[in-house]
Design a protein around this ligand. Sequence first.
Ligand SMILES: CC(C)(COP(=O)(O)OP(=O)(O)OC[C@H]1O[C@@H](n2cnc3c(N)ncnc32)[C@H](O)[C@@H]1OP(=O)(O)O)[C@@H](O)C(=O)NCCC(=O)NCCS
Length: 206
Amino acid sequence: MNLLRRILQSILFRFFLPFRLLMFYHRRVYKFSLPNLLKIRRHELIFKTYPISNQKIKISGSGCVEIGEKCSFGYKLGGRFYNGLIEIQPRYKKSQIKIGNNVSTNNNLILCAANYIEIGDNSLIGEGVSIMDHEAHGIAPDKRRELGEIGKVIIGQNVWIGNGVMILKNSSIGENSIVAAGAVVSGEFPANVIIGGVPAKIIRAL
Ligand SMILES: CC(C)(COP(=O)(O)OP(=O)(O)OC[C@H]1O[C@@H](n2cnc3c(N)ncnc32)[C@H](O)[C@@H]1OP(=O)(O)O)[C@@H](O)C(=O)NCCC(=O)NCCS
């Protein structure tokens, strides 16, 4: 009986170890490190521990990205997983994006900062969320080809952002709050509320 168990264990070990190594390589190297090799070498991508990169992550732009520990990006069963991408773009040299610890995101997140975007610890972000801290175009008709107003976005700790949410410049969301699916957020919102709609308003307190 013991011998049989040992044989079975040895077969399983031989089969699963290469498979697990392959998955490990696939997530860390192919989906995270390789697309961002230059950013890592230039210390423009700093991470406490390797995030779980289920979807490919591309850091573009010339600023700096900081990722805390135990973060995870992309979810196979979250919809629009295949051929999708998570794009984190600190657009200019002084732009900064800071992602806290234990942040989990669904697929196809876009973070685009001309100045500063911060995502608090333990936050959850749904599928197809876009967060931008600036207007890429001027408001005045003759300024449309110029960079518009630049602000910042601060997402507090333990915030849950639903699917398809768009968060615009100069927005802040207090800790524990929920942003309902499909909301367009502009402005400052307190802790412990549900906000939703276009433009987002407080729906109720938690
Ligand atoms: C925000 C949310 C959690 C609220 O859930 P809930 O507390 O059960 O809310 P209810 O369904 O009871 O609705 C409460 C009110 O909010 C409104 N509301 C709910 N979701 C809304 C939305 N996405 N946009 C605008 N208003 C919304 C309802 O119409 C209702 O308004 P009323 O009181 O005037 O009738 C839920 O609606 C939601 O958006 N979840 C996100 C789902 C998602 O994206 N999942 C992906 C996870 S990664």
